[in-house]
Design a protein around this ligand. Structure first.
Ligand code: NDP
Length: 298
């Protein structure tokens, strides 16, 4: 099997380089790749890349992920999150490849407390969510053989993330204040990459396009950013890290305490029953992956 990966150096892309490698020949690109175009802003370039590589599966881990910046940079967010996936889908259809793509809980409006199912009505609150939703729609319209994995609160050992920020602040400050009215599941880039590899195996060329569609993929359980921060501080304290903050001095505050350009959903819970049933997978509790990542970085 030949796999073409875009966005190889992002959180998920980096882990995909590991998880997809044993499945066949992997061609991994980022926006600076020279032999082949991996820049999603260059629609003709990425279409040419697909036609030259002739992959069985395209995996697109590249995205415009700066949620707040997107509010004042809508044209670029649209180009990367909507137009480029559309172009990849067109090229995938033309060459008979499957297209695997990632999307977000931000396609929903965050109302209620029920975990979102794949077919629930969307209602993005900002530019990032709107452009990601349009990316999904363009893919579905262009290429029947697609897998769209909607996920939430992604972290990785590599690069910056919420847990690392909390650890740094917990070393410097006696108290932390963290939002307690947004709920979701922190999901490891490594878990997403491993799940993707399982799905790609099932979506081998010739497989029925009945498995095509949108899947929610997130670690099991739920928490708030406040609960997440407390867990991080607790794990680090138990590991003997010198912290000024303790779990009891992580104070809960509402979202309104930290105004941001982009409105974020309060309910980011994703129902993952479809994925677990269709692909016979079990998603581990979010604490497991976060504890593992902390053990790796501390
Ligand atoms: P990252 O921000 O870590 O990685 C995104 C990657 O896309 C970066 O390597 C970036 O490259 C690359 N990229 C941006 N613009 C271009 C371009 N023009 N051409 C080529 N590459 C480009 O994101 P994640 O790995 O966390 O996200 C993976 C997917 O998961 C995305 O689809 C995202 O929307 C989705 N998702 C992420 C969530 C999160 O919390 N992070 C939550 C829910 C969904 P560079 O570094 O050079 O800018």
């Amino acid at each position: 099997m030949k796999i073409l990966l875009f966005g190889k150096n992002g959180q998920v892309g980096w882990e995909l380089q590991r998880s997809l490698a044993p499945l066949g020949d992997l061609v991994a690109l980022d926006r600076h790749s020279t032999d082949l175009c991996g820049d999603l802003a260059n629609l003709g370039g990425i279409s040419d890349t697909v036609r030259q590589v002739r992959p069985d599966v395209i995996v697109n881990a590249a995205a415009y992920t700066a949620v707040d910046k997107a509010e004042s940079d809508a044209a670029n967010a649209h180009a990367i999150n909507a137009a480029a996936p559309g172009a990849l889908a067109e090229a995938a259809k033309a060459t008979g490849a499957w297209l695997v793509h990632y999307s977000t809980d931000y396609v929903f409006d965050g109302s209620g407390s029920k975990p979102w199912e794949e077919g629930d009505p969307t209602g993005p609150l900002g530019v990032y969510g709107r452009t990601k939703l349009e990316g999904e729609q363009r893919i579905a319209a262009q290429c029947a053989n697609h897998l769209i994995l909607r996920t939430s609160w992604v972290y990785a050992a590599r690069g910056g993330n919420f847990a690392k920020t909390m650890l740094r602040l917990a070393r410097e400050r006696d108290r932390l204040t963290v939002i307690n009215d947004q709920f979701g599941a922190p999901t490891g880039a490594d878990l997403l990459a491993d799940v993707t590899a399982h799905m790609v195996r099932s979506a081998l060329p010739g497989a029925s396009d009945r498995i095509a569609g949108i899947y929610h993929v997130a670690a099991a359980g739920e928490t708030s950013w406040h609960g997440y921060a407390r867990f991080v501080v607790d794990c680090a304290s138990k590991a003997g890290l010198p912290l000024k903050t303790s779990p009891d001095t992580v104070d809960p505050v509402p979202t309104t305490a930290f105004p941001t350009p982009a409105v974020r959903p309060h309910n980011s819970r994703l129902n993952t029953a479809k994925l677990q049933g269709c692909f016979d997978l079990k998603l581990p509790a979010w604490q497991q992956g976060v504890a593992r990542m902390l053990a790796e970085i501390t």
